[in-house]
Design a protein around this ligand. Structure first.
Ligand SMILES: Cc1ncc(C[n+]2csc(CCOP(=O)(O)OP(=O)(O)O)c2C)c(N)n1
Ligand SMILES: [Mg+2]
Length: 285
């Protein structure tokens, strides 16, 4: 049985005290334990941001990559060895801004992995600029007179882009978040877990209390995640009541299922001792 001590690192997180990232880290580790996946069978791939530091503090395989590129690296990791449980992790700026094109393409590919987005509606690491999910009118360092654009709606975007598991949770409700991550990993296909997360240093509007007062669990209203149109309608809800939970879920073949070269045996296992690359090495090295 995998235990918390198996996943702990010597280094301790250096996020600001009170940051929602702590709740996400605890829920992610809790999910790996609950699923009983050995650390050597997990890869956590991140982009840049405060959120991008997650792989430093979970003792599994991990890679802290470059800004906006968590998903292509995670996709390559999964396609190299699809027996691994792969997480992509990043912020709202990382995934819904600079990484937006990867977000849409990863979803329509339906690679079997879980994407956790720490959505604090701000650029945290760079000290408080507007992000794609910052609300219209929000004053930040980069928009002193208020944001002009409407925010990205990641849930609606995911449903329309072909993601086969679309969920939202809240870093302040670790139990809900851990269950959502467990369900996302169990789902065969691309899973988005958008996580409301307070940034105590740079977002003084969307605080822990702001989220806490608004979120309600979709299971309490009998939502059916198989109903795409109802999922889309729930994704439009914003304001005093904002849903969390699984909006949409459907089973379709994964990218790995459809790729004959790796369908039966992971690429990494095919290569061992079977492919002679010496000619190639002679040419190029
Ligand atoms: C190519 C590139 N552009 C810009 C930056 C600067 N940068 C670092 S993190 C970041 C945004 C972080 O915001 P978010 O993704 O929301 O993560 P958070 O810190 O809020 O968790 C930016 C713009 C960078 N590192 N690389
Ligand atoms: Mg952010």
């Amino acid at each position: 049985m995998v235990k918390m001590t198996d996943l702990n690192t010597i280094d301790k997180p250096n996020w600001c005290p009170g940051c929602g990232d702590f709740g996400i880290l605890v829920a992610l580790k809790g999910a790996i334990i609950e699923l009983n996946i050995e650390p050597e069978n997990v890869a956590i791939i991140s982009g840049i941001g405060c959120s991008g530091k997650v792989p430093h503090w979970v003792r599994t395989y991990g890679l802290h990559g470059i800004h906006g590129r968590a998903l292509p690296v995670a996709s390559a990791t999964k396609l190299s060895n699809h027996e691994l449980t792969v997480f992509a992790v990043g912020g709202d700026g990382d995934g819904y801004g600079i990484g937006m094109c990867h977000f849409i393409h990863a979803m329509r590919r339906n690679i079997n992995m879980t994407y956790i987005v720490h959505n604090n509606m701000i650029y945290g690491l760079t000290t408080g600029q507007t992000s794609p999910t910052s609300e219209k009118g929000m004053r930040t360092k980069s928009t002193p007179s208020g944001v002009i654009e409407v925010p990205v709606n990641p849930i609606a975007l995911a449903i329309s882009s072909g993601a086969t598991f679309v969920a939202r949770s809240f870093a302040g409700d670790v139990k809900h978040l851990q269950k959502t991550i467990v369900d996302a990993v169990k789902h065969r296909g691309f899973s988005l877990v958008d996580v409301f997360q307070q940034c105590v240093s740079y977002n003084h509007i969307n605080t822990y209390d702001w989220y806490k007062q608004r979120v309600y669990d979709l299971t309490t209203v009998g939502h059916d995640p198989a109903d795409k149109m109802k999922a889309f309608a729930r994704a439009q809800e914003w304001g005093d009541h904002i849903p969390i939970g699984v909006f949409y879920k459907v089973l379709t073949p994964t990218y790995e299922d459809e790729l004959p070269q790796i369908k039966d045996v992971p690429l990494v296992k095919q290569a061992i001792d079977k492919i002679d690359v010496s000619g190639l090495m002679d040419d190029f090295v």
